[in-house]
Design a protein around this ligand. Structure first.
Ligand code: ADP
Ligand code: MG
Length: 293
């Protein structure tokens, strides 16, 4: 990064507490400081309930910090959301079955008032990017889980956001599909140069994809380690067999263990992941306030 370049994400001294109806206070995040530079791929990893989704939502202005500041491209996060700096992908792809693949990707562009020609051009370009150009007229229920998630990624990218937020996007997929999707996301990231913040439960996934892995401790969530992933790119199946890859997987695992996370990391990613209902709720909020996907 040039010394003068503004980071895409700057989180300074952020705390987040939730107060329930019975006034029970949950401290989800405490003392979070993090800067993410343009074009980085940063993963957040940690045990269920440590605040990964909350941190992602703070970045995306879907929740507000209790203390501290979140700045996106040098602006307050709410301003960044109005400026459509974000694309968001949740664990459940949240597609509309009655709309074709193409019309799902066009939806946020419709809400924004793009004209029909631009909507079509942009949707097709994005569906080509995720290699679904032959499935424009299919409906989501006709696609596999991995393909549905690629539609969700195309939709999230439709606005040319400067930052893509992904919350366990492949947590519900089988291992083989997940590895293929990792390859796919890497390719999209390299092609677009977009900044990615990626929540995962999977150590191999975090190491394979990331430029840096941010390790969080159990509640209250804090950042305990930031591990630079210096594997050469592009990464492929052979990357997963390299000695350096195993060293980094071990380094992340040990960092998690030091943070007290070893027992709570579950491979399925279900316990702390967003339920489809929660995902729909947040995308509704985003849509209502003009920031879908
Ligand atoms: P993770 O994604 O790492 O599994 P979350 O960010 O979902 O963790 O949650 C962190 C903590 O904050 C958990 O204890 C969770 O119960 C709590 N929490 C998250 N969202 C809310 C909310 N809207 N209201 C109350 N508590 C919440
Ligand atoms: Mg979560």
């Amino acid at each position: 990064m040039e010394p003068t370049e503004i980071p895409v994400v700057r989180i300074a001294a952020v705390d987040k507490t939730f107060t329930s109806e019975r006034s029970r206070v949950t401290t989800a995040l405490q003392g979070i400081d993090l800067e993410i530079r343009r074009g980085e791929f940063v993963s957040l990893i940690g045990p269920s309930g440590c605040g990964k989704s909350t941190l992602l939502r703070l970045i995306g202005d879907l929740v507000a910090p209790t203390a501290g500041r979140v700045t996106i491209n040098g602006k307050p996060a709410d301003r960044a959301r109005r400026d459509r700096d974000y694309g968001i992908v949740f664990q459940a792809p949240v597609l509309f079955d009655w709309r074709s693949v193409e019309d799902n990707v066009k939806l946020p562009l419709e809400l924004m008032g793009f004209d029909a020609g631009r909507r079509t051009a942009r949707a097709r370009e994005m569906l080509d990017l995720v290699e679904l150009g032959d499935f424009l007229h299919h409906h989501p229920y006709q696609l596999s889980g991995g393909m549905q998630q690629r539609v969700a990624i195309a939709r999230a990218l439709a606005f040319e956001p400067s930052i893509l937020l992904m919350d366990e996007p492949f947590g519900a997929l089988d291992e083989m599909t997940r590895e293929r999707m990792n390859q796919e996301v890497q390719r999209i990231w390299e092609r677009t140069g977009i900044t990615v913040v990626f929540v995962t439960h999977s150590i191999p996934e975090a190491v394979f994809l990331s430029s840096r892995v941010v390790v969080m401790s159990a509640r209250p969530g804090r950042i305990t380690d930031v591990i630079e992933i210096d594997l050469p790119r592009p990464r492929d199946v052979e990357t997963r067999e390299q000695r350096r890859y195993f060293e980094l997987v071990t380094a992340v695992r040990e960092a998690l263990r030091r943070g007290g996370a070893d027992a709570a990391l579950d491979p399925v990613g279900s316990a702390g992941g967003p339920t489809p209902v929660a995902a729909v709720g947040s995308i509704d909020r985003a849509a209502a306030e003009g920031g879908i996907g």
